[in-house]
Ligand binder design. Structure first.
Ligand code: NI
Length: 173
């Protein structure tokens, strides 16, 4: 397993609609392991393939974030939301590609998602609370969408300016 470099917003690779994964190969399994390792190391509760520069519809997540929780690493390939609740939920969202910036995003409170597991089998599960927020946030990444795209333009521009500045500072070292 290897840690991968997480891309920071703004980056054109984070704005692309990703391609479906045709089948699970050794490379897919390696990528899933690397993504999980990178996510836990960050630390984060979700990571999508485009965030490490891979144009593939694949994400990992584990929202069991308390120290005494049993980890539940999940790998979702070609995930699709197949049902959304009418009821909405609001979460203070963050993103590994937009570090240290958080903002409230309103999304459906519950979603049912269908995906291909790392064993190649089709899986369906209904998510609520933090899991619902996380899975929708990560699926957005596969469509080139960031959580700040749910905010008002002025707020989004302010965050992007902050990130441009941060990236310049990081480049200077
Ligand atoms: Ni994110």
């Amino acid at each position: 397993m290897a840690l991968r470099n997480i891309l920071l917003h703004p980056d054109p690779r984070l704005k692309k609609v990703c391609d479906p994964v045709a089948s699970v190969s050794d490379e897919t399994r390696r990528l899933a392991d690397d993504m999980l390792e990178t996510m836990y190391d960050a630390p984060g509760i979700g990571l999508a393939a485009p965030q490490i520069g891979i144009n593939a519809r694949m994400l990992v997540m584990d929202c069991m974030k308390e120290d005494d929780d049993t980890p539940r690493p999940m790998v979702l390939i070609n995930p699709q939301v197949i049902w959304r609740s009418d009821e909405s939920g609001t979460y203070d969202e963050g993103c590994l590609s937009i570090p240290d910036i958080y903002a409230e995003v309103v999304r459906p409170a519950e979603v049912k998602v269908r995906w291909m597991g790392i064993d190649g089998k089709t899986v369906e599960e209904q998510f609520d609370e933090l899991w619902a927020t996380c899975v929708q946030h990560e699926i957005d990444h596969l469509d080139g969408k960031l959580f700040i795209d749910h905010l008002k333009p002025l707020k989004r521009q302010m965050i992007t300016r902050k990130m441009v500045k941060l990236k310049k500072e990081m480049a200077r070292g």
